[in-house]
Structures are given as structure tokens and as C-alpha cells.
Design a protein around this ligand. Structure first.
Ligand code: ADP
Ligand code: MG
Length: 629
């Protein structure tokens, strides 16, 4: 037996490893299993390459738990290590074996796939173990099996052992404080999380499956009995969908992979994007568009990030643009730096490129879906619009592309592109400043009266709703200089779409002055601005509106934006249609008392039609109306 000291640099590294990863001790298993997978793939590579001439056995990784003796063994049948290699790759940890391997096989096909970039690697085992042994036999001809052992201090021993099978056993003697890792369920959980899609089969214990009785015994109904059968428990799917060619996958297979990723989700995704990039960075993956649920927060941040099929994190905040964090699926890239800080990720140029590539891919996919099957795209629009609107607001490049597939729906349920809609309403809805006014409602039931009036006039009304729609239409107004959006209840129709011609008013200045104080007696001055308008005689006698500007400010205030003005007053306009017969009638009414009661009734009706008559006022209105029956 020989003793030695692990390269001096490690003396400083041990305490750092322990501290740095304190909250995340479980990753030791990811590191060891992925080392085992690397070693297996290296041997396969050398075998295909002709450099290893021996028999390539079944390449599998076994995780063996001995709860009684508190050991956990990670066994592979990969390339193994000679004593010299242990010295180089383990004792001098600053000298990464992976780096040397790559240097040697650079440019040869498949070489890049076997590199782990995890940095902490093997030594992370000392986070959970008092003692670690490496028992290994190299694939090299005439190699001697050796055992390396260390208790986490820089001292180690190395000795010859009996081992006939090529490969490596890493044996961890789990420490008292980490005894959770001697529990079967805990280990299974970690393997499920990190190792579900590793490219070499990983086994942990056994599982029970039920099969037809091999002896053919029958039950009382004459059917072959089902019997329990213990089989090795494979943890992973070695060929997950994203590693395959899109041409080899059916929609059904994409959907079943979706369920493999999210076993608790019942819904199928709307569609998917399969990514495969190898320049200027490596990235594969599948992104799924889910059906948006009421509570979007539970659907957020579900994209899993992998590096060569090793799970890294489900926090992809920096890598995927924010508006796409509602997407689901997998991204696999060996080019994303893994154990680095957030702020570093933000400035990393690869990460930026990846993010903008994903944005481009999503935009291109939407554009091609729109082009190839417009009807199908329309049927998905209600689910898609939140992505498109959000993307339009947050990403200029996306916004530019989204022009071609952003849809507007009118109250009849017909979809239009923005250009198509502009063309449709241009003739009737252009105002005197040459702007095309797009009328919309966010609630056709509540704003029924306004919608009807607009339609009666031959105008078309859009149905635009959703949490970010107000911001989206503001953005469209910026993008298209000659269009403007107005909600149908923002003003009278004549004001919403101002034409050159004016309707003459039947009210004189004196008439208005006589009426105004009477109206001021029935509504609060702080909440209503009283105006006289010369409208059509068949418009309502009194119309209550909220100006587009005030409403947008209030909406922004609610969403927590635009705070510069402080609280914004909830003001409405009360517009009196001087040309309506009822207003003329009031002028001709004898006493002030009966004038007032008529005004009160008309105002309440106007308030009622806007859903603004409430509580006591509503009750009084109802009682008054019943009396009149
Ligand atoms: P990395 O994997 O990033 O190189 P590690 O600390 O995980 O860093 O591993 C260091 C080196 O030790 C590996 O590059 C490899 O050469 C060697 N090694 C670790 N585990 C095994 C194993 N199971 N079989 C063969 N070699 C291994
Ligand atoms: Mg490693």
C-alpha cells in the first residue's frame, strides 16, 4: 500500500466544496452517475474507434444501496482508470481528465458529447461521505486493478486489489449527518430528478411488474394468472424524444414525451417546436405550447435545462426570454455555463445568443403555422395570443415578425390580420385626421348597448380582452401610425370617429345654462363632467362614458405601472344629447320639481346601462319604477 497527498490545491478546495454546495448536497449523485455515464460512453467510443479491442459488455450504470452498512456504490463498466490516471485525474484535480480526452480526440465524431462540465465532479462525494473508495480496472491491456481511498483529508492511500471486470466502483461511506442518503426513497427521488434521460441505462434496485404466469396456471375464470415478477429497476429513458430526428417522431410520440416530462398533467400541448442547432452553439430541445390555464403562475418555469441529457435545473430564467417562460419542455445544451452565478449568465454571450435564437424559432414557427393552416391557427389563437402579445411588448425582433400573424377578432367571431382589418374598416371608420379608428369592446355583454349603436351605424367592433391587451393595443398604435383603438364606451360615436360634418344643436346657450344646475343636482361633481353634445336624435338622451385615456391610466395603475401621477380619479363624462326629444320635453316641463325628477330618472337609466347604478341608488330606482307601473 502507498500513501500520498492529494495535490496541494485541493487543501483549499475541500472546505469550499462543503460550503458552496451546502444547500444542494444531493447533486453528488448526479456528478457520480454522470461520471459513470461518461466513462461508459468513452469505452463505447474507443471500441467503435478500434482502439479498444476487448469485449464491450453491457454498458450500464448500477446504483447499489446498502442501508445496513450505510454505503452507496456507483458501478460502471466503462473505461476505468490506471493508477497513473487516478493520480492525474483525481489526485491532481486541477488537471481535468475531460480536457485531456477532448484534446486528444478533438474533431472526431462524438467526442464532444462525452464531456462533463460540472467542475465540482467527483469531489462533491465528500459532501455526504466520511470515506470514499474508487475501485477500478482500466480497459488498457495488462492494467492492474487498484483501490484509492480517502477520508476527505488531503491524504489518500492506493493499493492493488482483485477486480476482474473492467470499470469503476465508487463506494461512498455515507456520514452520519447525511444519513438521508441511505434511504431508498431519497435516492430514487434524486435519480428521477437528475438521471431520467441519461444516455446509458441506469439501474437502481428492482421493481415489481405483473406478468402472465410463466407456468401457465389459470384462475377460476380460466384466464392465465397474473404473477408478480421482480425485474431490475431502470431509472432512465436513454433515448428521449429531443435526441431523435423530428422526421422520426409522430405527434403522438411528442405528446407522450410531454406526459413523460410532466406525469401529472392531463392536457395535451397545443403544438411543439423541435430545436436542433449546432452553430454557433449547440442546442437541442423541444418546446411545447401548453393550453393556458386560469392561474398562469403554476404553469410558469417548467422548462427543464439539460446538458448532454443530464438534468441541470428548471430555472431557465436567463436562457429563455421572459415571455416564453410559459412554454414547457426541454432544452439541452453543453454550451451553457452551469455552475455560475446569475449575473454571469446574464452577460454571457452564448446565453444571449441562445435566448435570441429561441425567440426567432418561436416566431418562425408561428409564422409558418399561420401561413400553412390559417384556420387551425385561428382556432388556437385564444391560447396563443398571450404569448404573441407579451412577445410583441417585450421583444422588438419578435414584435416585427409578429406583425404577420397577430390577429384581431371582431364581435362576430371573424379573425383578421391587422392589415386585413384596416382594409375592411378603412372607408367607414376613418376620421377627419385620416386615422383609422378601430372600435373594440372588452366585454360584449356589459357594453352591449354601445356595441349595438356602433353596429347600427355600420361600424365594426372588435372583441379584445385579456390581461395585457391594453398594453398590446398601445404598442400597435405606436407601430402603425395611422390606426388608433377606442373602446366603444369611451365616448359618443360621433366623438370616437370624428368626421368633418357637424350636427346642429337644438339647444340654445340659455337652454344649456338652465339645464346644467339641474343635472348637477343629481350627480356628484367630482365624479362626472357634464357636457352638452349635439348627437343624432336617435342616440340615447344621456350617455355616460369614460374617456379612453382615463381608463387606460386606471388600468395601468391597477397593474402597478404609471405611478407618476399618484392615484388617478375615476372620472366619467355625462353627455346630454340636446337633440333627443326627451331633453326637449324636460325644457318644456313646468315646475323645477318635475324637471328634476325626469332628469333623475334619465340619469339613473344611463348609469344603469353602464353598470354604475348600485346600492341604495339602485334600490330607489327600482322602487320608483315599480310605483310607475
Ligand atoms: P469532470 O467529470 O468534470 O472531468 P470529475 O471530478 O467529475 O470532473 O472527474 C474527474 C476525472 O476523473 C474525470 O474526467 C475522469 O477522467 C475521471 N473519472 C471520474 N469518475 C470516473 C469513472 N467512473 N470512470 C473513469 N474515470 C472517471
Ligand atoms: Mg464529472
Amino acid at each position: 500500500m502507498k500513501t500520498g497527498k492529494i495535490n496541494v490545491q485541493t487543501e483549499n478546495i475541500f472546505p469550499i466544496i462543503k460550503k458552496f454546495l451546502y444547500s444542494d448536497h444531493e447533486i453528488f449523485l448526479r456528478e457520480l452517475v454522470s461520471n459513470a455515464v461518461d466513462a461508459s460512453q468513452k469505452l463505447r467510443f474507443l471500441s467503435t474507434n478500434g482502439e479498444f479491442k476487448g469485449k464491450l459488455g453491457e454498458l450500464k450504470v448500477e446504483v447499489i444501496l446498502d442501508s445496513e452498512n450505510k454505503t452507496l456504490t456507483i458501478r460502471d463498466h466503462g473505461i476505468g482508470m490506471t493508477e497513473d490516471e487516478i493520480d492525474k485525474y483525481i489526485n491532481q484535480i486541477a488537471f481535468s481528465g475531460a480536457e485531456e480526452f477532448v484534446e486528444k480526440y478533438k474533431g472526431k465524431e462524438g467526442a464532444e458529447q462525452i464531456i462533463g462540465h460540472f467542475g465540482l465532479g467527483f469531489y462533491s462525494s465528500f459532501m455526504v461521505a466520511d470515506k470514499v473508495q474508487i475501485r477500478t480496472l482500466s480497459h488498457k491491456k495488462g492494467a492492474k486493478a487498484v483501490q484509492w481511498e480517502s477520508n476527505g483529508s488531503p491524504e489518500f492511500t492506493i493499493e492493488d486489489i482483485e477486480k476482474t471486470e473492467i470499470g469503476t466502483d465508487i463506494v461512498l461511506y455515507i456520514s452520519e449527518e447525511s444519513k438521508e442518503f441511505t434511504e431508498k426513497g431519497r435516492i430514487q427521488g434524486i435519480l428521477d430528478k437528475y438521471c431520467k434521460f441519461l444516455s446509458v441505462a441506469v439501474f437502481f434496485g428492482t421493481k415489481t411488474e405483473y406478468i402472465d404466469d410463466p407456468k401457465g396456471e389459470k384462475d377460476e375464470n380460466g384466464k392465465v394468472k397474473r404473477v408478480a415478477n421482480e425485474i431490475p429497476n431502470q431509472v432512465n429513458n436513454i433515448a428521449p424524444a429531443w435526441t431523435k430526428k423530428p422526421a422520426d417522431l409522430s405527434t403522438e410520440e411528442y405528446n407522450s414525451f410531454y406526459r413523460e416530462l410532466y406525469p401529472t398533467t392531463m392536457e395535451s400541448p397545443l403544438f411543439h417546436i423541435h430545436m436542433n442547432v449546432d452553430y454557433p452553439f449547440n442546442l437541442t430541445g423541444i418546446l411545447y405550447f401548453p393550453k393556458i390555464q386560469e392561474n398562469i403562475e403554476v404553469q410558469r418555469n417548467k422548462i427543464n435545462l439539460y446538458s448532454n441529457q443530464v438534468f441541470i435545473t428548471d430555472n431557465v430564467e436567463q436562457i429563455v426570454p421572459e415571455f416564453l417562460t410559459l412554454l414547457h419542455g426541454v432544452i439541452d445544451s453543453p454550451d451553457i455555463p452551469l455552475n455560475v452565478s446569475r449575473s454571469y449568465l446574464q452577460s454571457d454571450s452564448n446565453v444571449k445568443k441562445i435566448s435570441s435564437h429561441i425567440t426567432k424559432k418561436v416566431a418562425d414557427k408561428l409564422a409558418s403555422m399561420y401561413k400553412n393552416d390559417r384556420k387551425d391557427f385561428e382556432s388556437k389563437w385564444e391560447d396563443l395570443k398571450i404569448f404573441v402579445q407579451y412577445g410583441t411588448l417585450s421583444d422588438d425582433k419578435f414584435s416585427e415578425k409578429a406583425k404577420s400573424f397577430s390577429l384581431l377578432k371582431n364581435t362576430e367571431g371573424t379573425y383578421f390580420s391587422i392589415e386585413e382589418y384596416k382594409e375592411k374598416v378603412e372607408t367607414l371608420q376613418k376620421d377627419k385626421d385620416d386615422k383609422v379608428v378601430m372600435l373594440y369592446t372588452n366585454d360584449p355583454v356589459e357594453q352591449f348597448g354601445f356595441v349595438k349603436k356602433a353596429k347600427d351605424r355600420g361600424y365594426d367592433v372588435l372583441h379584445i380582452d385579456g390581461p395585457i391587451a391594453p398594453h398590446w393595443i398601445a404598442k400597435l398604435e405606436q407601430t402603425y401610425e395611422n390606426i388608433t383603438f377606442s373602446r366603444v364606451d369611451a365616448d359618443t360615436l360621433d366623438k370616437l370617429i370624428q368626421k368633418d360634418e357637424e350636427i346642429p344643436s337644438k339647444l340654445s346657450k340659455e337652454d344649456e345654462e338652465a339645464l346644467k344646475p339641474l343635472f348637477e343636482g343629481v350627480v356628484s361633481k367630482d365624479k362626472f363632467t357634464i357636457q352638452f353634445e349635439s348627437m343624432n336624435a336617435d342616440d340615447a338622451p344621456i350617455i355616460i362614458t369614460q374617456p379612453e385615456f382615463i381608463r387606460r391610466m386606471m388600468e395601468q395603475q391597477k397593474m402597478g405601472g404609471g405611478g407618476f401621477m399618484g392615484a388617478f380619479p375615476d372620472m366619467h363624462n355625462l353627455m346630454i344629447n340636446g337633440n333627443h326629444a326627451k331633453i326637449q320635453e324636460i325644457l318644456d316641463t313646468k315646475t323645477d320639481k318635475s324637471k328634476k325628477s325626469k332628469i333623475k330618472q334619465l340619469t339613473d337609466i344611463a348609469l344603469l346601462s353602464q353598470g354604475l347604478l348600485k346600492g341604495e341608488a339602485l334600490n330607489q330606482f327600482i322602487e320608483r319604477s315599480i310605483e310607475k307601473v
